[in-house]
Design a protein around this ligand. Sequence first.
Ligand code: SF4
Length: 307
Amino acid sequence: MEIHIKEPKQILTKASGYLKGYTHTLNSYAGCSFSCKYCYVREMPISKFRQSKAGWGTWVDVKKGASNLLKKELVKAKQKGPVYIFMSSSTDPYQPVEAKHFITRSLLEVMVDIQPDFLFVQTRSPLVTRDIDLFNQLKPRLLISMTIETDREKMRKIFTPKAPPIAGRFKALQELKEVGLPTQVAISPVLPSSDSFAEKLSSVVDRICIDDYFMGDGSEGKRTKRLGIQEIYEKENLHEWYDPSAYLRVKKGLEKHYTEDQIFVSQDGFLPITSHNHENGIFPENNKKKEREEKLFLHASFQDANR
Ligand code: SF4
């Protein structure tokens, strides 16, 4: 693993595209050692045009001085209006290097003093529990989202062999729940899981976001296709899971343990929880998603009937 210490000139980036509702993204690092096979960041300029010949997952840039930058940029941003931050969009803020360099922690310390209007923390690492003391000072304008795409370790090892084992993530969620921090699980992207996945989740988390390659990669699955993910499904004889209707199978299981307002589909599960969104109840996008789901359900039922 190549670790480079860099001194960026800017730390907050204007949010766009999929991260609707956010004003900024915040990335403590560039690069990510978890190196998930489906990671679409591999396809982004940050990875593609890097000088290093090494591939995605083999290098990490540590953003030295990030907290000093954030102090200045956050004050300025707040002067212009509400600040909704997504941490992180192109790295995992709690990847292993964080245990030594504490960049994410230093950013949280700044945000405790200069509070954003909402902070979304996206990770797949149990290291997130180290910062419970700071999260406690940021709630309730906070959501910690833990990626758990499957409950089957075999699948984790196929698709994300360098990511933390699933049991550790469940344990971390339990810990976050016990101290009353707002959490969700992002089943994103849906990977082949067991029939008891939803039941296991229901003991540790009250809110679920479910997403897949076809809704969530920003290109209706084209990006994922370029990464050769479909070939993995074929090689492992998992064809039925590489399908735009596969997420409905998982969602159906979730519906036995969660109410409708606890399950969010795709982009809606990543929106900032603001008073505006609360007032509107179900997000407008949900209507479109519902129509799409109904179509997919009909398509899946038709396929079943013809098997
Ligand atoms: S943890 Fe996220 S950023 Fe890191 S490799 Fe996996 S998908 Fe990409």
